[in-house]
Each structure stands twice: as C-alpha cells, then as structure tokens.
Design a binder for this molecule. Structure first.
Ligand code: Z5A
Length: 205
C-alpha cells in the first residue's frame, strides 16, 4: 500500500479543516500511518501572512511560496516514511488566491509553485465547493485574506472550479452544502479506492 498525498481546497468556511481532521482520524482507526498538516505552515510566516495588514500581493506570493518550500521538505519526508499526508490547503490555494483572485499572472504563479514544490503534486485534491455566502456565514472569524470583499471570494471559487476542470483526474469536487455524514461517506469511498490501487510516484521523494 503506497503512502498518499491528499489535499483539501476550497473557499473560506467550506469545511476543509473539519473533513481533513475527520479523514486523519479515520485513517488512524484503520491503522494507516498518516500526518495531518496545513498551510500556511511555518508559524512565523503564518502569522505574517494572516495578520499583517500591509502586504503587497507580490510579497504575499513570495511568503506563501517560501512557506511551501519549507513545508514540502517535511511532506516528502513523511511520504518517504510511508505516511499518508492529509494537507489542509496547498499549492492550488496560491494559484487561485494569488493568481485568479489577486490578479497575478496565473501561468507564472504555476511555474513558481513548481519551483517551490520541486514538482510534488497531490494524488488527490478534494475541492469543497459551495456558494460564497454560505461559506462566509459558516466562518465568522476571518483572517486578513478571509476578510476580503465578496467579489474576491467569488473569484476564488471560480478559480478552483476552473482548475478542477483542467485536472479532472486529480481533483474530486464535492458539493460542500451536503450534510457532513454524506461528505464523509463520499470521501472515505474515494480514499479507500486510492489506498487499494497502485499509483505513479507523487514525487521524486
Ligand atoms: N491562502 C492564500 O491566499 N494562499 C495560499 O497559498 C494559501 C492560503 C496556502 C488561510 O486561512 C488563508 O490563507 C486563507 C487562504 C489564504 N484565507 N482565506 N480566505 P486559514 O487556514 O486560517 O483558514 P481557511 O483555510 O480559509 O479555512 P477556514 O476558514 O478555517 O474554513 P474551512 O477549514 O474550510 O472550514 P471549517 O473550519 O472546517 O468549517 C467551518 C464551519 O462550518 C465550522 O463551524 C464547521 O463545523 C462547519 N461545517 C463544516 N462542514 C459543514 C457542513 N458540511 N455542513 C454544515 N456545517 C459545516
């Protein structure tokens, strides 16, 4: 059985953290070694990224990429140890937030992501999709980026859906308005399938 690299993406309040935690617990119950993690990851970078009000979009991009480069080293290590990695946001968030939503050149951001990750890609990305108003209602406490205007979050949602359409073999789009039990059922069905099949290496670990 190969160690999987799984990510959760979506707008604010979509349920990423809730489902990532649930999956990690379920893997533990099944005796499958795993590591639950998230981005932004490095605590000092996370604080600057989520709390510092005056960041320019280029500065924001470079800090997210620096954080990812550090985090990816640890993800590769966990995968090499045979752990399935469950990550709450990863490179697709940069593509969508800093590219689609902030307006930085999308293909350029894609290349920079490749540079920061060394080409590491999740085997599966669960996109939790739901209307922006519902997501924002669910999540009332917002960080600097979450506090952006509705139009910003709409661009994020559209960006994720565009990327999911571009890579349908990697993305699985889940309707995040469904009850949690339904989402857990669909998620586990897919993860079980992934665990039972051999995959191309996710990275040159
Ligand atoms: N960001 C970026 O710009 N570029 C990047 O490269 C990266 C990130 C990596 C990180 O914020 C911010 O950084 C984020 C993107 C940006 N900003 N925004 N927006 P974060 O890590 O602090 O927060 P978040 O990633 O946006 O997630 P969140 O707000 O914590 O939402 P969530 O994890 O998707 O939702 P949740 O916490 O699991 O659930 C929210 C509530 O809904 C909670 O009360 C749940 O019990 C409830 N919930 C969950 N699922 C359901 C269902 N199915 N039904 C009903 N209620 C539910």
């Amino acid at each position: 059985m190969s160690a999987l690299f799984i990510t959760f993406e979506g707008i604010e309040g979509a349920g990423k953290t809730t489902l990532a935690r649930w999956l990690s617990e379920r893997l533990r119950q099944e005796g499958i070694p795993s590591w639950l993690t998230y981005e932004p990851w490095e605590p000092r970078l996370r604080e600057v990224l989520l709390e510092q009000g005056d960041l320019q979009r280029e500065e924001e991009l470079l800090l997210f990429l620096a954080d990812r480069a550090i985090h990816t080293r640890h993800i590769r290590h966990a995968l090499a140890e045979g752990k399935t990695v469950v990550c709450d946001r990863y490179a697709d968030s940069t593509l969508v937030y800093q590219g689609y939503a902030r307006g930085l050149d999308i293909e350029w951001v894609r290349q920079l992501n490749h540079f920061a990750t060394g080409g590491l890609q999740p085997i599966r990305t669960y996109l939790l999709d739901l209307p922006v108003e519902i997501g924002l209602q669910r999540q009332r406490e917002r960080n600097r980026i979450g506090a952006e205007v509705i139009a910003f979050h709409e661009r994020v949602r559209e960006g994720f859906l565009t990327e999911a359409g571009r890579e349908p073999q990697r993305y699985l789009v889940l309707d995040a308005t469904q009850p949690l039990e339904e989402l857990q059922r669909a998620l586990w069905e897919d993860v079980r399938w992934l665990l039972g099949h051999s995959h191309p290496p996710q990275a040159a670990i």
